[in-house]
Design a protein around this ligand. Structure first.
Ligand code: 13P
Ligand code: SF4
Length: 332
């Protein structure tokens, strides 16, 4: 018999009290899953807070690269995921494609010693390891500007993977030249050379959506995530990571109308504050929505039964270099 969410929550609470487990949930999770999270936050906060937590098991409700990052930073922990769902952007680049991107720079006359790779945290652990091995590091949407500012001090070309939007948005903010591999630009003329990856969810927001809301509610603020297209971020009043968006909205007067361009579950939770979804199409991340409360319960039950399921394992070499790339970020 199918249990209701309330019944599942009671069972989950009981198991959480019994087991040495911390439940971690990203803002994009379904409400009922988000509510059972002991640690919640944006990608950077989840990586940092979970690293400092000392439970034996981490039950991670999010997408695959997030669980991998926790395992890389805390290899002694058992990291299990109710669903090992893969972010579609992270899937756009693997180790082979990363090598191909480096080759494109080489062919444009940029030698490896003059390339500093930076990977958005939304990437597979293998890509993070390749980046670490080449002397590069990881960034998230909340610290990308700081990471790139620091990286530029090395006087190298930045190869930014996989999100072309984040790379170009930060480049614009900083007054730098950026391009996307394959867009016909002379790569040597660019400070930030981006891989051609993107988030399909954040591509849903259009200039028409912004025009619609500005006309309907004059004075409305448009708030977007830096995974949106640069044309959308340019037309926004505020651009930030999920945590930065929540903070910005909390600081606005109650009557301020705000249209938000990021994943639906988060925006829907902010609704009472005069907040609107910046799209006529529901911007749902299919992979973030895969995890259900039943999955959380089943995963806890498996730990209780002594047979954990969906545990993340990473080979030693990948672990070593990915950890270096992540720790370079945390050091900043
Ligand atoms: P944040 O780091 O802002 O939480 O973003 C994660 C993400 O996947 C956005 O699509
Ligand atoms: Fe990946 Fe986009 Fe989903 Fe974020 S919203 S997890 S970038 S597919």
């Amino acid at each position: 018999m199918q249990l209701s969410n309330e019944e599942l929550k009671i069972k989950i609470d009981k198991l959480k009290k019994k087991l040495d487990v911390t439940v971690v949930a990203h803002f994009y999770q379904r409400d009922e899953v988000f509510e059972v999270g002991d640690i919640t936050g944006d990608s950077l906060e989840l990586a940092m807070k979970t690293k400092d937590d000392d439970a034996e098991f981490v039950l991670f409700c999010g997408v695959g690269f997030m669980g991998q990052s926790v395992k890389v930073l805390s290899p002694q922990k058992h990291v299990v995921m109710p669903k090992i769902a893969c972010c579609s952007m992270a899937k756009m680049i693997d180790g082979f494609m990363f090598d191909t991107a480096v080759k494109a720079l080489n062919e444009a006359g940029i030698k490896n010693e003059n390339i500093l790779p930076i990977t958005y945290i939304n990437s597979d652990v293998v890509v993070k390891a390749k980046v670490g091995e080449m002397g590069g590091l990881v960034c998230t949407s909340s610290n990308a500007k700081r990471i790139i500012t620091n990286a530029l001090k090395e006087g190298k070309k930045i190869l930014f993977v996989p999100d072309r939007c984040l790379g170009q948005n930060i480049g614009k903010q900083m007054g730098l030249n950026s391009c996307v591999i394959g867009d016909g630009s002379d790569l040597k003329e660019s400070d930030i050379i981006c891989f051609d990856g993107f988030c399909s969810v954040h591509q849903l927001f259009t200039l028409d959506d912004i025009a619609f809301y500005r006309k309907k509610f004059p004075g409305i603020k448009i708030v977007t995530h830096p995974e949106c297209d640069p044309s959308i971020c340019d037309a926004s009043d505020f651009v930030g990571s999920t945590s930065q968006i929540i903070k910005y909205i909390a600081e606005q007067p109650e009557e301020q109308k705000i249209a938000v361009g990021t994943e639906f579950n988060l925006v829907n939770r902010l609704r009472e504050k005069n907040t609107y979804v910046l799209s006529s199409t529901k911007p749902e991340c299919p992979t973030m929505n895969e995890t259900t409360l039943q999955d959380v319960y089943d995963t806890l039950k498996a730990i209780d039964d002594g047979e954990p399921i969906n545990e993340i394992f990473i080979d030693k070499d990948t672990q070593k270099w990915a950890k270096i790339a992540l720790e370079r970020m945390l050091a900043l």
